[in-house]
Design a protein around this ligand. Structure first.
Ligand code: ARG
Length: 417
């Protein structure tokens, strides 16, 4: 009988290493590993060797960096999507792409199932499985961490030792870290106590603001249609821009976030993030929109940004709603062109200047000098009509809402008429 083939989302860490072996044993399956490069700093060299040593039949390492930046990160940036007003969602937005690359390999390799290494209490299981359901409804999804026998890391390590799986690279780290070019997420260990300030060793890519340079760093970012295209006047790829801003921001202590967040599965969790480029780019993009979007679109888009963030966080990337929201956002971004000058200083990001060919800022309307062209007289009639509803209300109800007794009397009088 032909063996079943299973594609596994593989990071090379302890859990996914155990999964590779466990699936071979449990299902007598051929396992194909799929690792995505989303620009994580952690070396991917050595991953294929490790996968083969663990018994993988075939190994894929996919370079997804440009696709991640162009098709996932930038749409989220243009939408202004920050989960609970704070988190730029490096992890959340990477999952649908990892799921897509897993499905692609599964198709090519004629697999009947795919597997991931997410736990049963996190958001990532939902993101993986909702994406796979949309992209390949017929594929079976396995989540070994939800149903295998291991109850601790130690048991998993013992399993590895028994099967000769290399565990050297899985040395104990007090934190659980997930990372890609858009940011790092750090949890567990002492961070589980929300009252404990994150210790220095929790941070992976930023210096503390106290240790940052004593003078500010200025950066000019150019946007075209809401997408960053150049730094300091130099055209760069999206990935290069993010990578560079991560370095500059990290050196200035920018991008540290400490968040109590609401998980999709109902738990409140505490997560520490480092996302220098994401924080800088969201800031700069918002500043350019202030200059180039009209008032109504600016206000409306801020509401949509929250829905867009929820949708990413909650694993609904591959849905008609996201595609429809993108259509709206795309329309708004046609005029979001120009440059933003920002200043990074000891953990802060400040605006130093902005300019755009699509700027709606009209000096002649804004000025208080004699250059002023605003029609002051027109305000009089405008205010009269604008305030008419409130005026009418308070004429009928002189002291605001009538006291209970007075209201009763009034109603009685009206009824007896
Ligand atoms: N809370 C974040 C999210 O749901 C990150 C999850 C992964 N975090 C980690 N430290 N492994 O998107």
């Amino acid at each position: 009988m032909k063996k079943q083939r299973i594609a596994v989302a593989y990071s090379g860490g302890l859990d996914t290493s155990v999964i590779v072996k466990w699936l071979q044993e449990k299902y007598n399956a051929e396992v194909i590993t799929v690792t995505g490069n989303l620009g994580q700093k952690k070396e991917l060299t050595g991953v294929p060797e490790k996968a083969y040593k663990t018994g993988a039949k075939k190994v894929y390492v996919q370079d997804l960096r440009d696709e991640f930046v162009e098709d996932y990160i930038f749409p989220a940036l243009r939408a202004g999507a920050l989960y609970e007003f704070t988190y730029p969602m490096a992890t959340s937005i990477g999952r649908p792409l990892l799921a897509k690359s897993l499905v692609d390999v599964a198709r090519r390799e004629r697999c009947t199932a795919v597997a991931h290494g997410c736990t049963g209490k996190g958001n990532d299981q939902v993101r993986f499985e909702a994406a796979i359901a949309a992209l390949a409804p017929d594929l079976k999804v396995l989540a070994p961490l939800r149903d295998w026998e291991f109850k601790s890391r130690e048991e998993e390590i013992a399993y590895c030792e028994k099967h000769g799986i290399p565990v050297s690279a899985t040395k104990k780290n007090p934190y659980s870290i997930d990372e890609n070019v858009w940011g790092t997420a750090i949890e567990c260990g002492v961070l589980e106590d929300p009252m404990v300030e994150p210790p220095q060793d929790a941070f992976q890519r930023t210096v503390s603001p106290q240790e940052a340079p004593n003078k500010p760093t200025t950066v000019t970012i150019e946007f075209k249609h809401g997408v960053p295209v150049a730094l300091e006047g130099k055209k760069l790829s999206g990935f290069e821009i993010i990578d560079t801003l991560n370095d500059i921001g990290g050196q200035n202590g920018v991008g540290r976030l400490d968040l109590i967040e609401n998980r999709l599965v109902g738990i409140k969790s505490r997560e520490v993030y480092e996302a220098p480029a994401a924080v800088i780019l969201h800031f700069a993009h918002r500043e350019l929109e202030r200059l180039t979007l009209d008032k109504e679109v600016t206000h409306y888009k801020a509401k949509l940004a929250q829905d867009y963030a929820d949708l990413i966080y909650n694993g609904l990337w591959f849905t008609p709603l996201r595609v429809s929201l993108d259509a709206f956002v795309n329309e708004t971004q046609k005029t979001v062109n120009g440059v933003v000058k920002i200043k990074l200083y000891k953990g802060n990001v400040d605006i130093a200047g902005r300019s755009s060919a699509n700027s709606l800022y009209d000096m002649k309307l804004a000025t208080y000098t004699e250059e002023d062209t605003f029609d002051h007289k027109a305000s009089e009639g405008y205010i009269k009509i604008y305030s008419l509803p409130a005026k009418t209300f308070y004429q009928v109800n002189p002291r605001g809402l009538l006291k209970k007794r007075a209201l009763k009397r009034k109603l009685k009088k009206a009824a007896s008429k």
